[in-house]
Design a protein around this ligand. Structure first.
Ligand code: GRF
Length: 205
């Protein structure tokens, strides 16, 4: 049985598309995207999912308390029998209820080398700070912002002639690459967690 992925997004959806494309191209074998959930109407990522014939739900968050909203989303994901939840540009913090519903089964992609530059506009934060290496991180999600154990990272060198936009573009390409790789490792169970460290176990031959 293919492993079932649930994707939560709020916007553009390029990381969702990268995962969908990796599945189509069998870079991510034995997996399927069972459901894409957006927290607002008009998220372009939802249109992209519809175009691919992937089941979608728009569950509006406006006016709901965090946990009340998360209960609705968790119920939709459980109904879709998802094995792994992937946040892909999902602009909400998750409640303890949601985290407990999917223990060690929620991943996020963030466009910085965490723990540097959590939060919004991470690429701009890195650029303006003047660091020489930016990058991206796939991590397990806990109740804190951009904080759970790190699965994979990729570094991107910042050039003198970069702009925030050119840097963001190169980071995004790396996001798409490492998100697929991280999902594959997690779905194949090729890891163990020691404290904050996510250690890879060898690929089965
Ligand atoms: C990405 O940069 C991701 O790292 C961050 O939000 C952005 C979402 O982009 N969490 P997309 O919607 O996947 O194109």
């Amino acid at each position: 049985m293919p492993k079932r992925i649930g994707v939560l997004l709020s916007g553009r959806g390029s990381n969702f598309e990268a995962l969908a494309e990796s599945i189509r191209a069998a870079r991510l074998p034995n997996a399927e995207i069972a459901l894409v959930v957006a927290n607002r109407e008009g998220a372009p990522g939802i249109e992209k999912a519809r175009a691919r014939g992937i089941p979608t739900r728009v569950i509006a968050s406006k006016g709901l308390e965090r946990e009340a909203y998360d209960r609705k989303v968790a119920a939709a994901l459980q109904e879709a029998k998802v094995d792994l939840v992937c946040l892909a540009g999902y602009m909400r913090l998750l409640s303890p209820y949601f985290i407990a519903a999917f223990p060690q089964r929620i991943l996020n992609i963030h466009p910085s080398l965490l723990p540097s530059f959590p939060g919004l506009e991470a690429q701009r934060q890195a650029f303006e700070h003047g660091v020489k290496f930016a990058g991206c991180t796939v991590h397990f999600v806990d109740e804190n912002l951009d904080a759970g154990p790190i699965v994979l990272q990729a570094a991107v060198a910042i050039r003198d002639d970069d702009t925030v936009e050119s840097l963001s573009e190169r980071i995004l390409a790396e996001e798409h690459r490492i998100y697929t790789e991280a999902v594959r490792i997690i779905l194949e169970g090729r890891f163990r967690i020691e404290g904050r460290r996510v250690l890879m176990t060898p690929e089965k031959k």
